[in-house]
Design a protein around this ligand. Sequence first.
Ligand SMILES: [Zn+2]
Length: 146
Amino acid sequence: MLKWLDILNFARNGNPVAPRRVDKSDQQWQSELAPETYMITRKKGTERPFSSQSCQLFEPGKYYCVCCGELLFDAEEKFDSGSGWPSFTQPAAVEAVAYHGDKSHGMTRVEITCNVCDSHLGHVFPDGPEPSGLRYCVNALAMEKK
Ligand SMILES: [Zn+2]
């Protein structure tokens, strides 16, 4: 199970090795993705809180990267954070998610991206429920549930 120290270690010293890589040009992504999805995943946008019904859905299922199809999160790790964005306590697999220090907007945060295609997912915070204490705060539009 990943804890906050593991996250900081990834962000500072290097991410887990990706299971595979999907690399496309910005132009390719723009032509393949819906405009809002493109802005969030490739331009590090943020959807408005509570803009997705996905926050309140907790039935079993798996959440895949909308850009490359990599499995990112399992509904078993989903919880109601009240933040307005889908929230998870762990990724589906350690190597599925990459971590990056993010000093934008006057805050120091840890950005999370898809480790396969570098899609911007959201941020991870150390204020999630035990036992991991992690809160992966993810844009609903960055994921596809199956
Ligand atoms: Zn991806």
